[in-house]
Design a binder for this molecule. Structure first.
Ligand code: FES
Length: 80
């Protein structure tokens, strides 16, 4: 799915940028990484990029919780 139509890139490009440790997870940095350094035109894609960053951080948080908690503790939380 295209995220930006002005300088076309997809949600897969955003995901790849989010997983790149060399790219800071700000909308501007993600946009720059995905567009090849081209600046946004209309900016209507920025909200979608922000949402993807939030979702990515939320998923990382859940993953860290799963890794940090003992399995039994996670099963107790999941059963509630
Ligand atoms: S849709 Fe991304 S800058 Fe216009």
């Amino acid at each position: 799915m295209y995220v930006c139509l002005c300088n076309p890139f997809s949600d897969k490009d955003v995901t790849k940028a989010l997983e790149n440790p060399c790219v800071r997870n700000t909308p501007a940095q993600i946009y720059k990484a995905c567009s090849g350094g081209v600046k946004p035109c209309c900016g209507s894609c920025v909200c979608a990029i922000k949402d993807m960053i939030v979702d990515h951080h939320a998923a990382l948080g859940v993953q860290r919780i799963k890794e940090d908690l003992p399995v039994a503790a996670f099963e107790t939380i999941a059963a509630e």
